[in-house]
Structure formats: structure tokens, C-alpha cells
Design a protein. Structure first.
Length: 247
């Protein structure tokens, strides 16, 4: 998994620092049935900046993020650090993942049981699982594919993916996220759709000639689509591919 980078946050304030920034409850790092936490950092306006996994590393915390976001995330964390006793460093650690029997010290992927396990160490790689098929079947968006800077995490399904905690208290972007949860009905979001044919990732979906969404990852006659839920009805098109969504 050379497309991932592992940061380490250490210092006496590392966990409380993260607790005030990220969407999930950092205390879950100590959960007897967990140990790996899926979370995101948002803008003050509640929009996605980065998603990542947090893993315990003694008194420190490892942060597993997509490689293209790592440098920017480090800068953002250091900007928020101020006088807190927190050190943020890039490590040489790598991540292995798989869906088969988990090796010793591996941690379960908290997003969905079908996503298997992750293990941090000197060697990376995976067991050859068809990750696109798993993600499409369970509508799990991926960094830099479905997830981008205009995303809202609730539209991206973070509640179902155990990526947000509504009881943990304040974090950056919390007010907007809470308002979307409690005061509005989501009109857009990612859904698994049926796809007859194929289309490039990012192809616009139309219905009756009008735009209703975007088609992303596809596998086995299905795909992940971002849809205007009130308009995504009947037969839809993504270039030459036919798209249908069962409500």
C-alpha cells in the first residue's frame, strides 16, 4: 500500500489535541473491541479535508492517510497545534491490509466488517482482495476517488461507516455537521447503483437529459454514484452506460 503515509502524533496533549479536531471519538482507541478509529478533518464550513485511520502506538497515535494528502494534513495539524504539547512527524511505517485471517496485532477496519484488517509495520501490501468490489457492494467511498474537497461527510455515509460521533463534543466543522444531521433531510449522497456497461470514473449521470449525479467506482455490474436523491428516478445514463437505483 505505497499510496498511504503514516504520521505519528506524540506528546502529552496528542489525544486531547485530536479530540478537539476530528469527527470521531479518539477515546475509542482504548476500546476493548476496537483500537482503530476512522475519522476526518473538516473545514470550519463542515467540508471534507482528509479522512484517515487513527491507531494507538503506546502513548502516541498513528495516523494512516492517503499519500497525496499527507503533507497538507501535517501542515494543517501543525497550524492548529499552537502551544499544545504535540509533535507531528512522518514515519517510515507501512500498512498491510487483507480480508482473510488477520495476523497478530492487526486491527479491524471499523468502516465495515467486509473491509477486513489493517496492520502497521516495516512492510506494506495486501492479500489481493478485490477492494473495488467490496467498496462498491457496501458503498464505501475512497479518498481522492469519491471523496473530494466539496464533500460533506454525512452525504458520504460517514455515519454508517462509523466515522463520526455526535456525542463527543466540539470539533472543527461540528456545527454544520450536526445541523445536517438534526435539522435537514439529506437530498444528496452516495449510493450503490446498478450499471449496465461502463463509464469513466467521474462521468455525469443524467435522467431525461438533466444532470442527477456522478458515477464513480464500478465493479461487477454495480457502481458507487453520487446522486441528487429526489431526481435519481427511473433509467439514467452515464455516457453510454445505463444506471438504475433501487430506492
Amino acid at each position: 500500500m505505497s499510496d498511504r503515509r503514516i504520521l505519528r502524533l506524540s506528546g502529552s496533549d496528542a489525544r486531547s489535541f485530536l479530540q478537539g479536531l476530528v469527527t470521531n471519538n479518539v477515546d475509542r482507541l482504548d476500546s476493548p473491541d476496537g483500537g482503530l478509529v476512522y475519522a476526518a478533518l473538516l473545514t470550519p464550513q463542515g467540508k471534507y479535508m482528509a479522512d484517515f485511520f487513527l491507531a494507538p502506538d503506546g502513548d502516541a497515535v498513528l495516523l494512516d492517510v492517503e499519500a497525496s494528502l499527507a503533507e497538507g494534513l501535517m501542515k494543517r495539524l501543525n497550524m492548529y497545534r499552537l502551544r499544545a504539547d504535540v509533535q507531528v512527524e512522518m514515519t517510515g511505517l507501512q500498512v498491510k491490509r487483507g480480508t482473510g485471517p488477520a495476523p497478530e496485532s492487526a486491527l479491524s477496519d471499523p468502516r465495515h466488517a467486509a473491509m477486513g484488517w489493517r496492520l502497521y509495520g516495516a512492510e506494506g501490501g495486501d492479500d489481493g482482495s478485490d477492494w473495488d468490489a467490496v467498496r462498491v457492494a457496501h458503498c464505501i467511498p475512497e479518498t481522492s476517488v469519491e471523496l473530494g474537497p466539496e464533500s460533506y461527510i454525512l452525504e458520504a455515509g460517514f455515519e454508517a461507516l462509523n466515522g463520526v460521533d455526535f456525542r463527543k463534543g466540539c470539533y472543527v466543522g461540528q456545527e454544520v455537521t450536526a445541523r445536517m444531521k438534526h435539522k435537514t433531510e439529506l437530498r444528496k449522497g452516495f449510493r450503490t447503483v446498478e450499471v449496465e456497461g461502463t463509464a469513466p470514473v467521474g462521468t455525469e449521470i443524467t435522467a431525461g437529459g438533466k444532470p442527477v449525479g456522478t458515477l464513480f467506482t464500478q465493479s461487477g455490474g454495480k457502481g458507487i454514484a453520487y446522486l441528487r436523491l429526489d431526481r435519481a428516478k427511473g433509467e439514467m445514463l452515464a455516457a453510454d452506460a445505463r444506471v438504475t437505483w433501487q430506492v
